[in-house]
Write a protein that binds this ligand. Structure first.
Ligand code: PLP
Length: 318
């Protein structure tokens, strides 16, 4: 298909939710892209944070090919070598001992951390930031601030409050003993690339600790090296006990290992178990860094498994 056929086909058949540039990308190599007519572009989009490692690196291609020829999918109701290896590499690289929920998108990672927060605290109030963006599923959208994204879908999930970003005083006034969690981006992305002031997240951490709320850090844009550290929270003293989510190449929600019963909230997610994804992720996994590994194995390794994969917690998809 040439560019004009691709563009016309998508224009006619897609739901049309995204405004698109009139370019039909068909191939990539490193930081370069080519359209269907052979024009070359420098990729300044990087998959909107999902292609930090560039396009078609031979090691990643080989890992995907190798996995595809041995096992295409393995749902979470079974154990899997690639998932175990990936979880080991990921938790070793995280700045806190963690257990991990693997998922498919940034919104799903945020959604999961909101559900973990409700479950762990027994509270429902979430404090998020003005200009914050967390995704377009109903929970993540409720935490997102921009009215043009929210208003068409009202009423949204109740009990979300937005305070000015980087304003410790406003946050301190909003957080109380009803607050389940504070959800923040270390650097607001969609909101205009606004980094928090040095020290802000550490103070937020303290406010959360004082009121028994969780701190949920959305690292969908900032994770995996984009701010000079593997995770942006590593620039601050806010890391201990954080829940964090990241999309960059591997959507996941990591929860501090002390919340060891968080898996009850996850339900079952079919695509997340695909070994070919883990083979890709593991090849690209950052870090031989000496981190404390999460205690035990993947979430829910204890207990019996019924035919739906339930381990005593609720089964069923998101
Ligand atoms: C900070 C942040 N959180 C969450 C999301 C949602 O991620 P996804 O589009 O993968 O659902 C985005 C998307 O750009 C984001 O920038």
């Amino acid at each position: 298909m040439d560019s004009s056929t691709i563009i016309a086909t998508e224009a006619a058949l897609e739901a049309g939710l995204y405004p698109k540039r009139p370019v039909a990308i068909v191939r990539g190599e490193g930081a370069r892209l080519w359209d269907a007519d052979g024009r070359m572009f420098l990729d300044c989009v990087g998959g909107q944070g999902a292609a930090n490692l560039g396009h078609s690196h031979p090691a990643i291609v080989a890992a995907i090919q190798q996995q595809a020829s041995s096992l295409i999918s393995c749902p979470e109701i079974f154990h899997n070598d690639q998932r175990a290896a990936y979880l080991s590499a990921l938790t070793a690289a995280l700045p806190f001992p963690a257990r991990v929920f693997l998922c498919n998108s940034g919104a799903e990672a945020v959604e999961a951390s909101l559900k973990f927060a409700r479950l762990l605290t027994g509270r429902t109030r979430i404090v998020a930031a003005m200009r914050g963006f967390h995704g377009r599923t109903m929970g993540a959208l409720s935490a997102t601030w921009e009215p043009k994204y929210r208003e068409p879908f009202a009423p949204l999930v109740p009990d979300f409050q937005h305070v000015p970003f980087d304003d410790v005083e406003a946050l301190g006034e909003a957080v109380n003993s009803d607050t389940a969690a504070v959800l923040l981006e270390p650097v607001q992305g969609e909101g205009g690339v606004r980094p928090a002031s040095p020290g802000y997240l550490a103070l937020v951490r303290r406010i959360c600790d004082e009121s028994g709320a969780l701190l949920l850090v959305d690292e969908v844009q900032t994770g995996f090296g984009r701010t000079g550290k593997l995770f942006a929270i590593e620039h601050s003293r806010a890391t201990d006990g954080c829940g964090s989510s990241a999309r960059t190449a591997w959507p996941a929600t990591a929860s501090h290992a002390r919340h060891h019963f968080w898996w009850r909230a996850t339900g079952v997610c079919r695509c997340a178990g695909r070994p070919s994804r883990h083979a890709n992720r593991r090849t690209a996994a950052p870090g031989r860094r000496k981190r404390r590994m999460a205690a035990g194995t993947a979430a829910g390794a204890q207990g019996s498994v019924d035919s739906r994969g339930a381990r005593g917690g609720p089964a069923g998809g998101h």
